[in-house]
Design a binder for this molecule. Structure first.
Ligand code: DX5
Ligand code: ZN
Length: 220
């Protein structure tokens, strides 16, 4: 299946009607739901934890992925697993024993992803990429939705694409930050196959369904 996948980020959803907002993107063709977990230390913002995942789980059939922008992620892996998460994504910058963290995520029966910030070189993934189900390349500095895409990240996405093709072709390459119908085709050309989208879906003036379909068309 070569189709580009879309993961709407609920960070930009109307949280007073979260269930409805998630069902809407599911019906519009979203492939998974992206949950941005922030602790106020790793990034300058605070968002959701396992309790939100637990409430979200029965709302949708789509896989749920948690993007952990937190210190000491190891302490929370089990709680997210128990809450019903499908994929856990930890930052290469936030994990000291990254290999151990990845193994633990797999032991829990989940898919393992590693995220990498714009300023971190691709080589930091080299020793773990063979063990990964997913790499999440940040195309903004994490912490907030609605930031402008950093074009300097395109070259690194190409580098990661080559690394994945050589070491672990089944590993997905996902991008996160400022993804919209203008930037998405460039990201796909660079090698991305999964697009996280917050404001271009949930912030669309004509609503999430129209936003998602516009994004899908831009890479279709
Ligand atoms: C940023 C988060 C993103 C965010 C993307 O820290 O990791 O997932 O929701 O939002 P947009 O698509 O608006 O850049
Ligand atoms: Zn994210």
């Amino acid at each position: 299946d070569n189709r580009i996948k879309i993961a709407p980020s609920i960070l930009s959803a109307d949280l007073s009607r979260l269930a409805e907002q998630v069902r809407e993107v599911e019906a519009a063709g979203a492939d998974r739901i992206h949950v941005d977990v922030m602790d106020g230390r790793f990034v300058p913002n605070i968002t959701f934890g396992p309790v939100l995942v637990r409430w979200l789980r029965p709302v949708t059939k789509l896989p749920l992925e948690a993007h952990l922008m937190i210190h000491a992620p190891d302490e929370f892996l089990d709680a997210f697993a128990a809450a019903g998460i499908n994929t856990l994504i930890v930052h290469v910058e936030g994990a000291i024993h990254l290999n151990r963290t990845i193994q633990r995520i797999k032991e829990l029966g989940l898919k393992a992803g590693v995220a990498i910030n714009p300023a971190t070189p691709a080589v930091m993934l080299e020793e773990v990429v063979a063990d990964l189900d997913l790499v999440l390349a940040m195309t903004v500095n994490p912490g907030f939705g609605g930031q402008a895409f950093l074009p300097g990240t395109l070259k690194k996405i190409q580098t990661i694409r080559h690394m994945i093709d050589e070491a672990q072709p089944a590993c997905e390459l996902e991008v996160d930050g400022g993804v919209d119908p203008e930037t998405a085709p460039r990201l796909v050309e660079a090698g991305a196959r999964v697009l996280v989208a917050g404001s271009s879906v949930y912030g669309a003036a004509d609503g999430p369904t129209a936003g998602l379909k516009r994004l899908a068309r831009s890479v279709g």
